[in-house]
Design a protein. Sequence first.
Length: 329
Amino acid sequence: MKRMLSGIKPSGQLTLGNYIGALREFVKYQEDYEMIVFIANLHTLTVYQDPKELSKNLKDTIALYLACGLDPKRSTIFMQSDVMAHAQLGFILSCNTYMGELNRMTQYKDKLSKGEESMTSGFYVYPTLMAADILIYDPDFVPVGEDQKQHVELTRDVAIRFNNRYGESFKIPTPLIPKVGSRIMSLSDPTKKMSKSDEADKGCIYLLDKPEVARKKIMSAVTDLVGVVQFDPINQAGISNLLTIHSALSKVSIPDLVKQFEGQGYGNFKKAVADEVVKLLSDLQSKYEVILSQHILEEVLESGAKKARIMADAKLKLVEQKIGLTIDQ
């Protein structure tokens, strides 16, 4: 069975974008792949996090993983910081990554272009930790959004370089990008990705938003003056984003939705999108509450970490032997 790996950084509450672009895909993949899913809590530390908020986000994230349908019996689910081989391999890989490569990372360049002076060294080198997160498990595929594809490409480059220097050590992973809904945009600014760390609360639907709050956000979503429901991401970014959301949740194709709402105003269309979102949130939140009442989160994480450590420690030991960090007996 092919192996697939992915993780989500819990730097804020999980969003509708996280669900459509990642979580629901994880649930599908566990049917056909050996699925490894982790909570990337070390990556949150690249910027300051309020300790209490971070702790709550971690708890909510694992509970929502399970509420979305991830099954601990079919997937390895764990906290990144519970498998410290990630951090150790991350440093080794940073020593096999050139600064020029890190300088070309889009997120770093964006912050640099905006004159941001509070970037941490952790933010600068986090692509090498992400590379370690991936390579330490030898996955065949890594499902990512378009904005993370560059990091998987760097991971591949570093793995190939390491293999050439020290001999075959890592499997070269393939990035897998969902065709529909891989990039859900902000409701208030559809030119930007919906982000859990976005301060513009109106543009982001959180999975733990009250359904009526989510409905209001959809109904107030930015659209345009064209007045026609059609998929045109350039000229009608807002409507196109709502079409993507509706299609992802209803499983009705975007062309069929365009036909369905032909000649109708944006009000009717937004209401239909809101109905789909409310249906999803109500179901997820009901399951979330049941999971919290069962007090199983620690057990799930420890069981997953135990399985992950076996794989990660074996890979780290191999790497250390390859580069000469161990003493030959």
